[in-house]
Design a protein around this ligand. Structure first.
Ligand code: A2P
Length: 269
């Protein structure tokens, strides 16, 4: 009798993380890197969700929440991370090499889910820093393009070099066999910096506050009539943006009660 191959559990509990193999690592800046790992057949998630990942440290699992940056159809998993000096996990994770083991939680979850939003014309994704990770997943998911006429990714970082991951990803979509055509027709990427001159040099909040600016950048003013919004950045950015959207009349949604805006924190550990 053949016993089906199961991912190796760490510890005894069936909820314990599985052990995945790191396939590749890419460093973008001193502060940012991305890596790919194997994906167990049993690991199911919706594009935009996060999961606990980590390493064994002193014989114990050290885990933090990370958005899965790859789409749900991909047979490997991608993560995009900041390096926090002295961060308990990221200071170790930044040294990870292909062939090494990454712990992967079994319960992906999150709020940045297409099903949490009602139908509208445009999907607008606001990200700062590594908050682009869940949107890296969603812009590679055909469902985003099936549901919306326009998909707009607004990504703001302090410095130009920190935009590279998003700029390269969006450029690579042109040749993507699954979403290439839809993305070239429907995806718009607005990349901005705040501490260095760039094509757009502005915080996301300022793009919304400055009269006529959002319309100039995207073709129409931000409105709950036409737009559904996803937000992923630092706690302060999320709070500041949420206030502006509430003032415009956007209502928060969930899978149980779909709405017009969903918010998730970009996790740092
Ligand atoms: P700024 O350079 O003006 O602080 P961080 O790395 O601190 O999370 O910042 C990532 C990006 O998010 C930066 O461009 C930063 O702009 C911007 N940012 C930080 N806080 C806010 C906020 N409360 N509202 C809008 N943008 C913010």
């Amino acid at each position: 009798m053949t016993i089906p191959a199961e991912p190796a559990p760490v510890g005894k509990s069936s909820n314990a993380p599985t052990e995945e193999t790191v396939l590749s690592v890419r460093h973008f800046t001193e502060r940012l890197f991305a890596f790919r790992t194997t994906r167990p057949a049993s690991f199911r998630f919706r594009s935009g969700e996060f999961v606990m990942i980590g390493l064994m440290v002193d014989g114990k699992p050290l885990l933090r929440a990370y958005s899965v940056a790859s789409p749900s159809w991909d047979d490997t998993l991608e993560f995009y991370s900041i390096k926090v000096p002295d961060g308990p996990l990221t200071s170790r994770l930044e040294k990870i090499q292909p062939g090494e083991t990454l712990l992967l939680g079994r319960k992906p979850t999150g709020t940045l889910i297409l099903d949490a939003l009602t139908q509208a014309k445009r999907l607008i994704m606001f990200a700062t820093g590594t908050g682009i990770a869940p949107f890296a997943s969603l812009i590679r998911d055909p469902e985003a393009y099936q549901r919306f006429d326009e998909v707009i990714l607004v990504h703001t970082c302090r410095f130009k070099a920190e935009l590279a991951y998003g700029l390269e990803l969006v450029a690579s979509l042109q040749a993507d066999p699954l979403v290439g055509e839809a993305a070239s027709e429907k995806l718009k990427h607005i990349a901005s910096c705040t501490r260095e001159d760039f094509a757009v040099t502005q915080r996301i909040t300022a793009m919304i506050d400055e009269a006529g600016r959002f319309e100039a950048l995207t073709g129409a003013a931000l409105s709950p009539e036409t737009d559904r919004v996803m937000i992923c950045g630092s706690l302060e950015m999320n709070a500041d943006l949420r206030l502006r959207l509430e003032a415009l009349g956007f209502q928060e949604g969930s899978v149980a009660n779909p709405g017009q805006v969903v918010v998730e924190k970009a996790f740092v550990g």
